[in-house]
Design a protein around this ligand. Sequence first.
Ligand code: ARG
Ligand code: GLU
Length: 724
Amino acid sequence: MKRLFVLLFFLPVFLSAQGGMWLPMHLEKQNEPEMKALGFNLEADDLYSVNQPSIKDAICQSSGGCTGEIISPDGLLLSNHHCGFEAIQSHSTLEHNYVEDGFWAMSREEELPSPGETAMFIVRMEDVTPLALQNVSATMSEQDRQSQIDKNLAEIRKNTKKEKWEEILIRPFYNGNQYFLFVTVTYTDVRLVGAPPSSIGKFGADTDNWVWPRHTGDFSLFRVYADKDNRPADYSPDNQPLRPRHFLPISLDGIEEGDFTLVYGFPGRTDEYLPAAAIEQTADVLDPAKVSIRDRALKVMDGFMRESADIKIAYIARFANIANAWKKWQGEMQGLKTYKALERKQAYEAEFTHRINQDPGLKIKYGNLLPRLNASYAEMKEYAFARDYYQETFLRNIQVMGLASALNRWIKTYEDGNLPAFAGRQSDLNERLTAYYKDYRPEVDKAVFAALTEQFAGNMKGEWGGTFVATEAAKRGGYAELADYIFSNSTLANPEKWKALAAGEAKELGAALSQDPALLLWRGVAERYEENVVPKLEDLQSSINLLQRQYMAAQMEVFREKRFFPDANGTLRVTYGQVKGYSPRDAVIYDYQTHLEGVMEKYIPGDYEFDVPQKLIDLYKAKDYGQYGTADGQLPVAFLGTNHTTGGNSGSPALDANGNLIGLNFDRVWEGTMSDLNYDPAICRNIMVDMRYVLFIIDKYAGASHLIKEMKIVKGKKKRRKRK
Ligand code: ARG
Ligand code: GLU
């Protein structure tokens, strides 16, 4: 009876209001009725509990910012192929090309230690808002406020009980209106266990990225190791596989449209509560600027990668990273327009204003908030543009400029006459740069440099750096000539030169670096940017932060009937919804599931994005799908859900109503990439690899059935839902 009531009462509201990335510790209060109405069979404390093992104990965040999950009692870790990509690439050479051919450890001894890969688990979380905001008053300057909060947080850290091997993280939520503390434990011995070839794990590559229908087997396997007491320890041959508090059973029962799904992971960043003015700026100014810079950088890289196998392997991960956001911003700016994000926000703001005008108390408190936010964003426009232009050009896309920026302080210690400090870091930096140069090809960077400096000079205000760059180019006779000059004379852009100098005396290295033409160019731009842009930019940013914090609080106070989830901030969240297709425009309907059939439809022999390995073709022809195929002889590959996800949710487990693993999150659909700013439940979908495809690849394709044996497979347990 009670259940029925819950169903009838809540269902219509919920189905129209899905979305949100919820705090695991608040699920019982905020979400359980809705989750149950959608079909969830467990309790909130099966997902998150401090006292007993719960599903959260199987979920971790990787050093790269992805999510992963433990799927065996021996610490087997599942995540995306694109999340494991740097590790896979780092073990690859032209002879052992694991990126191209895949890698499978057929025994524990063959697993590959991957320094830098880590796995962080959440032990518990706690609301520390009252302590964090103690002695903070509304009239304080932002600076005083922050230093009071920093003091409070230091105090909280000191007083929080934790084990030696645990760590404490405290993060602001709701734009700084609340604070939560996390006790974490991070394992540092993580080894590569398996990866499919790119023609499976990255099938469709950049053409298919952010797009449905999708046919990518985007997964890789690692194993977490611990010391003999099951505690974190750096790599040692004596370490043992982690014995987790919980691992996820895997269901082979398959999915139907409407099934409950839940994604558990570490979403990175969303901005769902911004004013319309901010959305407009993103769609009209900032996204287009960043896209246009990356257009050129990517075109240059692509040209080189198609010509040279060596450059392709060196640049493949970098290219994918740069292309990923580049494509997403395009989807975002398009989606914001097509699905009228601005109009939605404006209607919301009109309602907000209407409500506060009805209430004198609210009006005094919040009456001038939106006008002030709008004015700040209007002023911010050209500064935000300059920031993105500078960062994209001189920090992100021209590698030697990013390197100059990273080493500037260190080189300054030499110039300030502090030779011991300079020499003290020489060998450490030499080690890092040697690793960095492994995948650095100056000829690529030089061509990117020539293209982007020209674009920068054409778009950046003269006194903000544009004139300086143009003048430097004119001195040499053009941008290509400036590039020639810099790349033939710079130590930083020349791994051989660096190697020779770094092996010698600190004095000589310092002398060379302080005259390095790449460094000098970077400094020329950075000085102008620091002097003429940064002060005003920081000023505006700080008043926007303050106003946004107040606006967030105001929205929560004014719309009391609404539930507000905190924007993503890289902390552990639960999002849930249903398996569901969508209709992006008139007469177009997307189904919720893809199959191996579709891989073969996209197959282009020899193509660098759509090639298919022979073995997979053979299995397809023989319909040899083992226990992973459907009753009607199909092999599922990927599926869609209405779960609200973002970057960082890559590798997150998709669970069924019983907490079994059914999918691995890895992407969103094109029309829904705007969801970081404007989640629309009608359009926004997350994309997951079907676990049946993952296990099929491990078992039938790679023959790594020893890995399947350590997992817990659930089959024939699913109650079919009644269809309405
Ligand atoms: N779009 C997904 C994400 O945001 C997948 C990216 C990896 N794939 C790629 N082709 N770059 O990370
Ligand atoms: N591919 C994304 C990631 O790396 C997740 C997909 C998304 O942004 O929704 O985290």
